[in-house]
Design a protein around this ligand. Structure first.
Ligand code: ARG
Length: 456
């Protein structure tokens, strides 16, 4: 079949080479945006008098028919027509005849595809921001339930100091807040119209780029036609933001996976978010959390794929840019589903409060309390640290904990230690007393949650 761009070609084409060059198997995802972009372009051509009203209206009617057919899934794309743009142009010919050929006046597929990508990403960003927002709500609600749930806080994955489990959840809330900000800011770079840059240099036709931009809901137009057709920063930014988001989700999933293990037993996921084993009847595996951790790799891959595509590209359009699509689609699907899973998984997760508390009572995570106690009574902190360190060693040798040492024994070491030490050594009190701004004290966590509720 003759190509729409086939005028200067007389050699025959090979189907397998055409297939290699085609993007229609994946860029058909842009069908909706492509039609919207064409509608704005033809309205601009009428507005500027480049096309007559009659010609323009025939094209508009044709494009609207295609919109209806697309909605009813009645368009069959073909690989011979290479990409979404040439497929649509062919359909338009079939609808309205040769006047369809006038649509491409003062436009190239280069500014057309860039326009489609901007429109597509704008929609995606809105959806991503909404889903992150929802997940933040879930986190705040869960944190509110667990302000006074005492959990071990870790450094180096070793018990460090007891914390409020609500505080732990709110740490993820804070990360997700930054993620939401980043995707929101991404919108500024997606919200620019490349339409009218034409192939690379603009056009001799008296087009009105502001007009078509407004039609499409873009708040700005690219100021440089070369940049307009070769910029993919807005997608790279999206993939970077998505990579950071997935890194956050993956860290959270890693913790959930640990917490579900027999050694921890801190949480239990509902059956919906778990799977069994085909051989071991007892198994309940946190597969969804593992998959989100795993899928983080493909999102990083999508970012690195596009960064690598871009790094050597001379201006302006190069066919390499066709490789911007699959990664963006893949990342979109991955993060939208991952966010849904996270929201559902956390909202329904059962927290084993007793088990968490218990694990802060049979450990030395109250050692800092004792050192702080001595320091608050005037002993230099370094000296207090040394004394407590030695005590911990003795306890380990004798098989008990700091709270098991009798008062006489404490006072033999230093009379600074009095009866009130036992209350201070209690993990609940240890958390309660951490009043410093942003600390894990219950009041501070409540403040953090209140601020989050106000933000949301
Ligand atoms: N399918 C192409 C892409 O996705 C559209 C632009 C083609 N332009 C060109 N001059 N070959 O990038």
């Amino acid at each position: 079949m003759a190509k729409l761009w086939g005028g200067r070609f007389d050699g025959k084409n090979e189907a397998w080479i055409d297939a290699f060059g085609a993007s229609i198997p994946f860029d058909q995802k842009l069908a909706k945006q492509d039609l919207i972009g064409s509608l704005a372009h033809v309205k601009m051509l009428i507005h500027t008098g480049i096309l007559t009203k009659d010609e323009g209206e025939q094209i508009i009617a044709g494009l609207k028919t295609l919109q209806e057919k697309l909605a009813k899934d009645e368009l069959t794309f073909t690989i011979e027509n290479e990409d979404i743009h040439l497929n649509m142009e062919t359909f338009l010919h079939q609808e309205i005849g040769p006047v369809a050929g006038k649509l491409h006046t003062a436009r190239s597929r280069n500014d057309q595809v860039a326009t489609d990508m901007h429109l597509y990403l704008k929609e995606v960003l809105t959806e991503v921001v909404a889903k992150i927002h929802h997940f933040r709500e879930v986190l705040v609600e869960k944190a509110q339930e667990h302000i006074e749930t005492i959990a071990p806080g870790y450094t180096h994955l070793q018990h460090a100091q007891p914390i409020s489990f609500g505080h732990h959840l709110m740490a993820y809330y804070q990360m997700l807040t930054r993620d939401e900000q980043r995707f929101t800011e991404n919108m500024q770079r997606a919200d620019i119209s490349p339409l009218g840059a034409a192939a690379l240099a603009g056009t001799t036709f008296p087009i009105d780029r502001e007009f078509s931009a407004k039609e499409l809901g873009f708040s700005q137009v690219y100021q440089n036609s070369l940049d307009a057709v070769s910029d993919r920063d807005f997608i790279l930014e999206f993939l970077s933001n998505a990579s950071i988001l997935m890194m956050h989700l993956s860290r959270f999933c890693e913790e959930i996976i640990l917490w579900c293990s027999h050694e921890y037993q801190f949480v239990e996921l509902t059956d919906t978010f778990s799977t069994g084993s085909s051989i071991m009847p007892q198994k309940k595996n946190p597969d969804m959390a593992e998959l989100i951790r795993g899928k983080t790799g493909r999102v990083y891959g999508d970012l690195f794929g596009l960064l690598t595509v871009m790094k050597g590209l001379p201006l302006a359009y190069n066919k390499d840019l066709q490789e911007d699509k699959e990664g963006m689609f893949d990342t979109t699907e991955t993060i939208l589903t991952s966010l849904d899973i996270m929201s559902g998984m956390i909202a329904t997760m059962k927290v084993n409060k007793e088990r968490m508390l218990e694990s802060t009572q049979k450990d030395f995570s109250n050692a800092t309390e004792l050192a702080d106690y001595l320091a608050s009574k005037g002993l230099p902190f370094r000296q207090a640290h040394e004394i407590v360190g030695k005590l911990v060693l003795q306890c380990i040798q004798n098989g008990h904990y700091l709270q098991d040492i009798p008062l006489e024994a404490y006072q033999a070491i230093t009379p600074l230690i009095e009866e009130d030490i036992y209350e201070k050594l209690d993990s609940y009190t240890a958390v309660l007393r951490r009043h410093s701004l942003g600390g894990t004290g219950f009041e501070q966590v409540q403040k953090q949650i209140d601020a989050a509720k106000a933000q949301l």
